[in-house]
Ligand binder design. Structure first.
Ligand code: GAL
Length: 648
């Protein structure tokens, strides 16, 4: 495991550079990431480049044997560029250019911006192609599938539609544009969702395509950068740092041609008192690992209290700095780079704290970071090991977009049921993969397919096949609702999944923040919330029924034998303990080994490979936890991680 820091030499007086690098070396830092916001220092005036300062700091790190991840600086074009080419700034929904002075505000299709991006990337990659310290390139920073509303982008969107549909008639048909007199008679009539109306007022089919286009458009920009980097620096790894943002790109396509996934990991620093409100960050880590189904990096890791665009929150509690980094390792991260070495003293981000405070006096958090660096060097035996899992949860960008376009009921959001199932499987010490729905299902015994809302025929077919040949599949409410164009399917729900689940939804009740009573056959009682599919169990066995509302006594959760496998249907959203009960039954029936009796939010994962098996036990709570695991008594302090090499 390697530990690194995000460093911004351009923010600091040169007199600090060597001192910082000395302290990094002494502490055990092995990697620094630099450059993503420094374009105005690399090209202070159009066509005038200055990399001498970067050369200098690169040499300082090279002398100390600290590796470097260099970033293309395209997130923040310099102001001279915007002044000369005002169209390079993104256009907002109001049709106006958005303000400069912030970051990430460029139009991915503007020819002047593209030309200048290419030039700076060419210059930078050629200059550092043979620098022995550069181990990877990061493209830009936290790229988003931004919607730019300029004429060029609209033209690109129309072109994207032409390639997809061929004719305007086909677009009208796909979108059902006979609603609200929305039929297009010319491509020019296709316009983005200008103005301030909620997106839910626009045709959901159109909106889904607009999201897909925005993602493809961002990815085109990533590919452009990757091509230049590969041409000039063959053999050096390329990534981009991703996160969960407002306009999420399709993760799977984004990283298709890149070498590894890197993620910006900021777990919360205050654990909510109500455990129903808490989801471990392990969920995000498993999703990130699932993008390429390989180990990944953390490119920005929590180092201090967070703030700036939100009021400041709790500073990391003792052991969080170390514990959360090791938690990332436990879920497949091999390198963890901390954001940032020292807290900025200027700029909008001055209260998003780094490892060292404004005072420049290393304190409690830094000491813990130093312990982490020391421990990381003793963990070589983990190199080459990976997570292997028998359980997968399916994720789809289409569903992510479609639920955002049309929120289904108060409080419901796409990731929540995934998180609930993830939490329940984790409760039993199970490794869980979260994978794109287009990935192969081979090797899994259980597949959780929550809210398969926008239908992809191929995925449906493969889920039938998976179950038929002995797998267990878990389906939930809001499945089979839409066709691939985000139009409703005219057939009883869950439409394409009806035969697999052996149920039919008689009617549904979006109860939002209200609750409903549920009762299992063994008499145990739970609460349902958000949504109730009132089920008619045609072939399936009823596991739980509603115990209140006018549908009292009707089926809520079912199990169906399909071929050699089992298909579960969960018609509502429950409390965590409901998922714990259900998942345990499914694990038993699916013959997947598990650990019973772990305290809540104590996470056990296993990495294996190279003839080794390593167990990670993490106390992701703010209480001391005493428990026994496979006959061994354990006592873990809050956020403490225990790592043990097991006999194979
Ligand atoms: C990330 C971003 C960093 C920094 C950090 C904390 O989202 O990539 O540049 O802004 O958040 O604010």
């Amino acid at each position: 495991m390697k530990i690194g820091v995000d460093y911004y030499p351009e923010h600091w007086d040169k007199a600090l550079w060597e001192k910082d690098a000395d302290l990094m070396q002494k502490t055990g830092v092995e990697v620094v990431r630099m450059g993503e916001f420094a374009w105005c220092r690399f090209e202070p005036a159009e066509g005038e480049y200055d990399f001498t300062w970067l050369d200098e700091i690169m040499d300082i790190f090279a002398e100390r044997k600290i590796d470097v991840v260099l970033c293309t600086p395209t997130n923040c074009p310099p102001l001279w560029l915007y002044e000369k080419y005002p169209d390079a700034v993104m256009t907002g929904r109001d049709g106006h250019k958005i303000a400069t002075g912030i970051r990430g505000h460029r139009c991915y299709n503007n020819p002047d911006f593209i030309r200048h991006s290419k030039q700076i990337i060419e210059k930078m990659t050629r200059r550092y192609a043979n620098h022995k310290s550069v181990i990877a390139w990061q493209i830009d920073n936290e790229l988003e599938a931004n919607f730019c509303h300029c004429e060029i982008c609209i033209g690109e969107f129309r072109q994207w539609l032409k390639e997809k549909y061929g004719s305007i008639e086909a677009v009208n048909k796909a979108y059902g544009n006979n609603m609200w007199s929305g039929e297009y008679s010319a491509w020019e009539q296709i316009k983005p969702a200008y103005g301030s109306h909620p997106y839910a007022w626009f045709n959901p089919s159109f909106m889904l395509d607009f999201n897909r286009y925005a993602s493809d458009n961002m990815i085109k920009y990533v590919k452009m950068q990757a091509e230049i980097i590969r041409k000039n620096c063959p053999g050096t790894m390329i990534t981009t740092n991703t996160w969960f943002c407002e306009n999420m790109p399709d993760f799977y396509k984004t990283f298709q041609d890149l070498d590894f996934v890197s993620y910006d990991n900021y777990p919360i620093t205050k654990i909510p008192e109500n455990s129903e409100e808490y989801y471990s960050h392990a969920f995000h880590l498993d999703l990130m690992r699932g993008i390429k189904r390989q180990n990944f990096w953390i490119m920005e890791q929590l180092s201090g209290g967070m703030g700036c665009w939100m009021p400041m929150v709790h500073t990391p509690r003792p052991r969080m700095i170390k514990g959360y980094s090791l938690q990332a390792l436990a879920h497949g991260a091999d390198t963890v780079v901390h954001f940032r070495w020292r807290t900025a003293v200027s700029g909008a981000e001055m209260f998003w704290h780094g490892l060292i405070d404004h005072s420049n006096v290393p304190g409690r958090r830094f000491d813990e970071f130093a312990q982490l660096c020391k421990q990381a060097k003793e963990l070589d035996f983990i190199d080459g090991t990976e997570i292997k899992s028998q359980v997968a949860i399916l994720y789809s960008s289409d569903n992510e977009y479609a639920f955002k376009i049309q929120p289904q009921t108060r409080g419901m959001y796409y990731l929540e049921q995934m998180k609930l199932f993830h939490a329940a499987f984790s409760r039993y010490g199970i490794n869980v993969d979260i994978i794109g729905q287009h990935e192969a299902f081979d090797g899994y015994k259980i597949i959780v397919a929550p809210q398969m809302y926008v239908t992809d025929e191929d995925v449906v077919k493969r889920l039938y096949e998976f179950t038929k040949t002995g797998g267990s599949v878990i389906l939930t409410n809001r499945s089979g609702v839409k066709d691939e164009n985000n139009k409703c399917i005219m057939s009883p729900l869950p439409t394409v999944f009806k035969n697999l689940a052996g149920v039919c939804v008689e009617e549904y009740d979006p109860i939002g923040e209200d609750t409903v009573a549920l009762r299992f056959a063994d008499g145990s009682e739970y609460k349902g919330r958000q949504w109730c599919d009132v089920l008619c169990a045609e072939n399936a066995k009823v596991l739980a029924t509603y115990d209140s509302q006018f549908y009292k006594g009707k089926a809520a959760i079912t199990e169906n034998v399909y071929g050699e496998g089992l298909a579960y249907y969960v018609g509502t959203v429950g409390e965590k303990k409901l998922y714990n009960k259900l998942v345990k039954e499914i694990l038993l029936k699916s013959k997947v080994d598990f650990i019973d009796g772990l305290p809540e939010n104590v996470e056990v994962t296993i990495r294996e490979g190279n003839g080794k098996k390593v167990r990670f036990i993490f106390n992701d709570t703010d209480n001391m936890q005493t428990f026994s695991l496979k006959g061994k008594e354990l006592c873990l302090a809050p956020f403490e991680m225990q790592i043990e090499l097991l006999d194979k």
